[in-house]
Design a protein around this ligand. Sequence first.
Ligand SMILES: Nc1ncnc2c1ncn2[C@@H]1O[C@H](COP(=O)(O)OP(=O)(O)OP(=O)(O)O)[C@@H](O)[C@H]1O
Ligand SMILES: [Mg+2]
Length: 267
Amino acid sequence: MPLVCVCSPKGGVGKTTVAANLAYALARSGSKVLVVDFDSQNALRLHFGVPIADNRGFVAQSDTLSDWSQFILKAGPNLFVLPYGEVTEEERLIFEDNLMNEPMFIQRGLSAVLKVPDLVVIADMPPGRNAALKAIEAAADMRIVVLMADAASLSLLPLIEQHKFLNKPHNHSAEDYYVVNQSDMRRTLSRDITHFFEQRLQNKLLGTIHRDECVAEANASQRAIMDISPVSAAAFDVDHISKKVAIILGLNVGDGSYHHTASIYSS
Ligand SMILES: Nc1ncnc2c1ncn2[C@@H]1O[C@H](COP(=O)(O)OP(=O)(O)OP(=O)(O)O)[C@@H](O)[C@H]1O
Ligand SMILES: [Mg+2]
C-alpha cells in the first residue's frame, strides 16, 4: 500500500508530470499503481488518455460516498487513475472543508485501495501548502518535493528545510525526497542551481530531470515520456528516479513484463 505524495511549494514545476511518469515507470516494471488527483485543475487524467470531455471524478461525491474507488479508471497494464473530476464551486468548498475538519477523510475515502497490499498509491497535489497536503502529509510513506532548477525554487528551499512547507514526518522512516525538474545544462544559471541542489540535498535528491521538449509532447499526447521518446534524456531521468523510488519503497521490481492486472483488487 505505500502512499507517495508528490508536492511542491511552487506551482508549474512539474508535479503532475512527475507523478504521472513515475506511475508509468513503476507500472512498467511490474508494480500495480494508482495515481490520485487532489488538484482541482483535474489535469492528471490528461496524462493517461482520459478524454477531455470525461469529467468523472471522486471529489463531487466525496462527501456522501465513503469509498471513492468506484471512480477509478484503468489507464494501462497495472495502472489506474482516480481523477479529481469536474466540480462546482460548492462541491470544491465542501471537499476542502472535509479535508480540513475531518481527520480521517482521505484515509476513509481511500480505505479500500489502501488495503490492497501490493498497490502503490501516488497522490498528485495542488501547489503550495493546502488543505489536501495538510490532510495527507502525515499518512504518506514518502513525500517527493518537486523543484525546478531556477532561482524561484532555490529561494523556497530554506522554507522546506525548516519544515514550513511539510511538517516533520511522524514516522521516523518516512523521509522527504526531492526531484529537480527542467534542468538545462547549457544554461549557466540552471547548471549552477542544479549543482547546488545536488550538493545540498545529497541522497535526498532522487534525481534531476532535464528540460526536454519531448516532455511537453508526451503530455500533449497523453502518453508516458518513455513511450513518446524512449531514448531521450528525460525518459532516462524518469527511469532512474523510478528505480530509486522502488528501492526506497522496497517494491518487488519485476523483469519489466506486464502482469495485465484487470482490476485494482486482482493480482
Ligand atoms: N522536464 C521538462 N521539460 C520540459 N517541459 C516540462 C518538463 N517538466 C514539465 N514540463 C512542462 O511544464 C509544464 C508544467 O508541468 P506540470 O503541469 O507537470 O506542473 P505542475 O507542478 O503539476 O503544475 P501545477 O502547479 O499547475 O499543478 C507543463 O507544460 C509540462 O509539459
Ligand atoms: Mg499539477
